[in-house]
Ligand binder design. Structure first.
Ligand code: NAD
Ligand code: MG
Length: 400
């Protein structure tokens, strides 16, 4: 067993979420390798307090001051818990760049995770990226921060982890090797639903994913296939590929997590049970492998692996990814912002399910990034805010 001083210190951004709790589950299996250094959450104070008591991090962050005060109160009642509670969004970047942190799990949902991701990248951390919206918004700036900071960027999204696992460690050879990649998509809960009835989809139906248990936003994104659209854009940046090298196929069993088609037409695939602890464990231990807690794949339980084409009538949102990638720089940030607002409106029952894609397309086509807006995090957040306002006006118009 290694000494405690050689343990990797981990900062988990979004520790109360679906990916966050799965990360803590994997970390708890390897106390000799990892130490939880910092945790953060948006709102679930009691849950974060319980995590602090169990994992004893040096820091815990809540963006809102009132909630931070509540957490301090809860921890004070527990003698012996020395966790220091920080407040404010800037504290997320503080813990993500702390000199003692070795690795950051980016498991916040949405563009809110962009600033701490960029900060961690610039500080040269090992950055484990689940927060796909951050790279969709950040784009080239995100990748520059990784390069300039000397950070190690490791995908956590299961599809991107699959592709990463199919590629050699030497990134320089990726370009010569890859003809294209194929992201698999389960098709979500509406794969077989009559597209003419998508206007009637309820929130409860949309969040009931057939294969994965996930946070609410990504579950809705999986139902519209905007999740796959974001993943196409994520893959463009992670693997430095052209839009035509990014393909999607529906694979309802979610056993093949994605594939690389090589120049010689050899196809490499990564398989496993649909359990996020597998890509989380790989990001944590890369290039080694550690126990993840996932069940082994039972080949005989699901003996058929099938594939279907993604139908543009049922999943029009998917195709917005290529449209955005071929548009001006910043278009992907616009698409993401519109989608975050449309999903929030649908989740509050202010927008019809099939109107999510309509808002996304219209915002993408009507709102244009200005010169220089993609050159800094402030510029990108300004573009994000402009796109949200545009989307909100469209949402109000559709509701009225
Ligand atoms: P979730 O909603 O379950 O958790 C989100 C976490 O982020 C929570 O801890 C929440 O408190 C925190 N958070 C939310 N908004 C915040 C804000 N504005 N500022 C600070 N913290 C905030 O989400 P999730 O399903 O765990 O997904 C997290 C990210 O990982 C998303 O980008 C998602 O697309 C991606 N992802 C998730 C899965 C999955 O299986 N859940 C798989 C692949 C990728
Ligand atoms: Mg995914």
């Amino acid at each position: 067993m290694s000494s405690s001083s050689s343990r990797q210190r981990i900062c988990v951004l979004g520790s109360t979420g679906s990916v966050g709790t799965s990360t803590l589950d994997v970390l708890a299996r390897h106390p000799e390798r990892y130490e939880v250094f910092a945790l953060s959450a948006m709102s679930r104070v009691e849950e974060l307090a319980a995590q602090c008591l169990r994992y004893r991090p040096r820091y815990a962050v809540l963006p809102e001051a009132g909630l931070a005060a509540r957490l301090r109160g809860l921890l004070r009642e527990q003698k012996g818990c020395a966790t220091e509670v920080l407040e404010g969004a800037a504290a997320l970047s503080e813990i993500a760049t702390h000199p003692e942190v070795d690795a950051v799990m980016a498991a916040i949902v949405g563009a809110a995770g962009l600033a701490p991701c960029l900060a961690a990248a610039r500080a040269g951390k090992k950055l484990m990226l689940a927060n796909k919206e951050a790279i969709v918004v950040g784009g080239a700036l995100f990748m520059q921060a990784v390069e300039q900071g000397g950070a190690t960027l490791l995908p956590v999204d299961s599809e991107h982890s699959a592709i990463f696992q199919c590629l050699p460690e030497d990134r320089a050879s990726w370009h010569e090797r890859i003809d294209h990649i194929v992201l698999t998509a389960s098709g979500g809960p509406f794969r077989q639903r009559d597209p003419a009835t998508l206007a009637d989809v309820t929130l409860e139906q949309a969040v009931a994913h057939p294969n994965w248990v996930m946070g609410r936003k990504i579950s809705i994104d999986s139902a519209t296939m905007m999740n796959k659209a974001l993943e196409v854009i994520e893959a463009r940046w992670l693997f430095n590929l052209a839009p035509e090298q990014l393909k999607v196929v529906i694979h309802p069993q979610s056993i093949i997590h994605s594939m690389v088609v090589c120049r010689d037409r050899s196809v490499l695939a990564q398989l496993g049970t649909p359990d996020m602890r597998v890509p989380i464990a790989y990001a944590l231990s890369f290039p080694e492998r550690i126990e993840s807690g996932a069940e082994p794949l039972d080949f005989l339980a699901k003996p058929t692996l099938s594939f279907e084409e993604a139908d543009a009538r049922r999943f029009p949102g998917l195709f917005l990814s290529w449209q955005a990638l071929r548009a001006a720089e910043g278009a992907t940030a616009v698409l993401n912002a519109a989608n975050e607002e449309a999903v929030a409106a649908f989740a509050e029952r202010r927008l019809r399910f099939d109107h999510i894609c309509r808002v996304n397309r219209q915002t993408l086509e009507e709102l244009h990034p200005e010169a220089g807006e993609c050159a800094s995090v402030e510029g990108l957040l300004n573009l994000d805010a402009r796109a949200r306002r545009h989307a909100l006006r469209l949402i109000e118009g559709l509701a009225g």
